[in-house]
Design a protein around this ligand. Structure first.
Ligand code: SF4
Length: 431
């Protein structure tokens, strides 16, 4: 009997990486590699890295060291943005066997064969990002109730602080027909909710002559899919038509995630973002005009070069004035080969930290008042997983986390739930 080779996977970073890791694992399974938990001793480890900040690089290195300590004889394979951007740096980390750039990350079985034939210490297979033009489709099934479906990759924008276009290449996408077929596969697997995922998904259609709105319209008809969330969409690409479609859609959730990044036009210009705070505020108001209960999450970066105390204050006040639901706060960190490195004044690290704390506190206030609005109302909840305390958790259509003491039969079902906002969070009772 041949013993199956085992592979442990670890994913860092964004939803796109999670979708891609699962796609890689399914390909490996068809080639005879069994998936095991990352915490187990395995023959191979695949670490799908992130490089959005210096902290992400550091965490990627930490996970490599962890895998090596667990199984020093294992073949450790590094893919993802950090592998594309810094292969030489990764090569020096003890235990690393293969470093695969963007061209080869979906080609791991062949690269393993190459590595084993060569018998070399470390195989680096890197590429110029300009060589990467293929769209590799992916979706995740690990969570069972929710799937991240990759519909778009890469970005043609050129924001001054961002390294993603260097790691992921030009904007490109799957066809709508392909996305629909993948959504059908996801539905077949019993998953109820799809999160549409990409780097700049509002740019969907650039390579196929289609539009993101048409994609939503087609996905709306897929039997078995009961929820679709749009992971994140640039404000300048969030059209009135998309907002109005979401408002009346069967499956699109009343939930938007929109990157603002700075609430000051001066900083937005330095970042080379493609909108103003006025346009952003207009979009928020438009969403709420059509969908008054919509959840709106907003990304903000603190401490980018050029963000003086006064401009940060402007940013803070702008965000505090918006009727939004929560913030995703990122702290700027220097990335190689970005124009932001040449912008003055730099913001000292301790001030970046103080600003991050202020924005996190603002986010908590915004979230608490958004969530409180739903106390004593009934909303549909998709129940996902059982916690150690015996309670199930799930999310409302408006992306509020709910805990409820319910029986196993409700797992992966959407049911109407009466909500009670308590000191322990939102508690639900099935009605
Ligand atoms: S839109 Fe800007 S921040 Fe977003 S991936 Fe593209 S370049 Fe980076």
């Amino acid at each position: 009997m041949v013993t199956q080779k085992t592979v442990g996977y670890y994913t860092l970073g964004c939803k796109l990486n999670y979708a891609e890791t699962d796609a890689i694992a399914r390909t490996m399974e068809t080639e005879g590699y069994a998936r095991v938990k990352f915490s187990e001793v395995a023959d191979y480890y695949v670490i799908n890295t992130c490089s959005v900040t210096e902290a992400a690089n550091k965490k990627s290195r930490y996970m490599i060291r962890k895998a090596y300590a667990r199984s020093p004889q294992a073949t450790i394979i590094i893919v993802g943005c950090y592998a594309q951007l810094k292969p030489d740096e990764i090569q020096k980390i003890p235990g690393v066997s293969l470093v695969l750039g963007a061209l080869d990350k979906f080609n791991i079985p062949d690269k393993i064969k190459e590595f084993e034939q060569l018998g070399s210490q470390t195989l680096i297979s890197s590429c110029e990002i300009s060589q990467v033009s293929l769209f590799e489709s992916s979706y995740s099934l690990e969570e069972r109730t929710r799937s991240f479906l990759k519909v778009q990759d890469g970005c043609d924008y050129n924001c001054s602080y961002c390294t993603i276009p260097q790691a992921r290449g030009k904007s490109r996408n799957a066809t709508i027909a392909h996305c629909v077929s993948q959504a059908q596969d996801i539905a077949q697997a019993g998953v109820k909710e799809i999160v549409l995922t990409g780097i700049n998904i509002g740019d969907f259609g650039r390579t196929t002559g289609e539009t993101f709105l048409e994609l939503l319209q087609q996905l709306d008809t897929v039997q078995g899919i009961e929820r679709i969330r749009i992971s994140s969409i640039e404000p300048n690409l969030l059209s009135s038509e998309i907002i109005q479609f979401v408002a009346q859609s069967r499956v699109c959730m009343p939930h938007f995630h929109i990157p603002l990044q700075a609430g000051s036009n001066a900083v937005l210009a330095l970042m080379r973002r493609r909108y103003t705070t006025e346009l952003f505020a207009h979009k928020i108001n438009e969403i709420l005009r059509y969908i008054p209960h919509a959840a709106i999450g907003v990304d903000v970066i603190v401490g980018t070069p050029g963000e003086t105390d006064e401009l940060f204050e402007q940013s803070y006040q702008f965000l505090a004035s918006l009727p939004i639901s929560y913030l995703h706060v990122f702290t700027y960190s220097e990335r190689d080969n970005t124009d932001a490195l040449n912008i003055e004044p730099k913001v000292p690290t301790h001030i970046r930290h103080t600003r991050s704390i202020a924005m996190h506190e603002l986010s908590e206030q915004l979230h608490a008042s958004y969530v409180a609005r739903f106390s004593s109302t009934i909303r549909p909840v998709l129940f996902e997983s059982k916690q150690k305390n015996g309670m199930f958790t799930g999310y409302t259509d408006t992306y509020i986390k709910v805990s409820a003491r319910i029986s196993e039969q409700y797992k992966n079902t959407i049911v109407p739930v009466f909500l009670d906002y308590t000191a322990h969070g939102m508690i639900g009772t099935i009605v």
